[in-house]
Ligand binder design. Structure first.
Ligand code: LYS
Length: 293
């Protein structure tokens, strides 16, 4: 387990406290109770935005974010070398750039499940905010600034046909275009309402495990409804319910395909009594096999 107290990829300050909030919500104890041995490697060193200039408006804090993600990619890769399961705690979603780079190095072909209210498929050209936390998925596809795309020394990290986005309900125009052009599978909230999470996970598991030799879960807490997870950087109404998100994790656990995971965008400042970090830990429990019976 590594914490990445990163909030340079987002406008709103506070997600840098996410890893701490998730630890406070007893993530280690939860995993221990499920029989896992957890090695907490602590937090990566992340610079404070106040001490740096934002740089290009369309790629805010590019240099600092690239540097943290290079370090993260190395550490994640080292965990994989040791044949252990990398569990990364964020931090804003820009840290997925490093996590995905680190794990992808160890798989010939990797499946990727992206739980999120957003697509995170912007580039500097399409981003409405210039915030890099809206770009990690496009970076993993090899699109964007070379300082980000080239982290890990190879690109792309994943192929569009091995990606599934679940929970989307706020996409920018450029992201919609990219989804269409590359044929990325997206289960929007509309799809979840209509089909139900069970069938959606069945289909998701087919897509991400089709010919792949590893599956990474990148879970942004803002995928879940703000009633359940109010402490996130960029909340959007109408998200996944408590049970929908747990069912997804339980089915993932049952499938035993996951090889790495990250939980991001917990913002304790906007939270109520650590509800969102508790939710993250509960979901971590489910995805690691916690069962009612
Ligand atoms: N799509 C918006 C942007 O690019 C929001 C991204 C939110 C990522 N957590 O700024």
């Amino acid at each position: 387990m590594i914490g990445v107290p990163m909030d340079m990829g987002a406008d709103r300050r506070g997600v840098d406290m996410g890893p701490s909030a998730i630890r406070y919500a007893s993530v280690k104890e939860k995993l221990n109770s499920l029989g896992y041995e957890v090695e907490d490697l602590g937090n990566l060193q992340v610079p404070t935005p106040e001490s740096y200039s934002v740089g290009q408006q369309q790629l805010k804090y590019l240099r600092e974010i690239a540097s943290v993600n290079r370090e993260l990619a190395d550490q994640v890769s080292e965990i994989k070398n040791r044949r252990r399961f990398p569990l990364i705690l964020g931090g804003d979603h820009s840290i997925a750039i490093g996590t995905v780079a680190g794990v992808a190095k160890h798989h010939k072909k990797m499946g990727l499940i992206w739980f999120d209210a957003h697509g995170d498929l912007n580039t500097a050209e399409t981003s409405p905010s210039g915030n890099i936390h809206g770009m990690p998925l496009s970076v993993s596809l090899g699109l964007g600034h070379p300082d980000l795309v080239e982290i890990g020394g190879f690109q792309p990290k994943v192929q569009p046909e091995n990606i599934v986005i679940i929970g989307a309900r706020q996409l920018d125009e450029g992201e919609r275009k990219l989804i269409r052009d590359r044929g990325i599978k997206v289960f929007t909230m509309h799809d979840i309402d209509r089909l139900g999470m069970g069938p959606i996970m069945e289909e998701t598991l087919k897509i991400v495990s089709d010919g792949t030799d590893g599956v990474h879960l990148s879970l942004d807490l803002d995928g879940i409804d703000p009633n359940e997870a109010p402490g996130v950087g960029t909340p959007v109404a109408g998200g996944m319910t408590y049970r929908e998100s747990h069912l997804a994790m339980e089915l993932l656990a049952e499938s035993e395909v996951l090889t790495s995971a990250e939980f991001v965008e917990v913002n304790p400042i906007l939270d109520t009594e650590n509800k969102t970090a508790n939710m993250a830990v509960a979901l971590i429990g489910s995805v690691f096999g916690e069962k009612t019976l």
